[in-house]
Design a protein around this ligand. Structure first.
Ligand SMILES: [Zn+2]
Length: 62
């Protein structure tokens, strides 16, 4: 499988950066190149699968 690389500088390491775009009420996390900061993806601020697991545990849903 090919390694992911930055489309701008070809660096192969990435980091998460909290962002709140203007006009948005919500925070997001950008997946960005750790070298030049080019954004290659955006995910929701909260880890939704972790939240769902906590809800399932709390309400003992099976
Ligand atoms: Zn880069």
């Amino acid at each position: 499988m090919a390694a992911s690389k930055c489309p701008s500088c070809e660096n192969k390491s990435f980091e998460m950066q909290e962002i709140q775009p203007s006009g948005s009420k919500w925070k997001y996390q950008a997946v960005q190149c750790s070298k030049c900061g080019s954004v290659v993806g955006v995910v929701e601020y909260f880890n939704v699968s972790a939240l769902v697991s906590r809800i399932i545990d709390h309400f003992k849903i099976k």
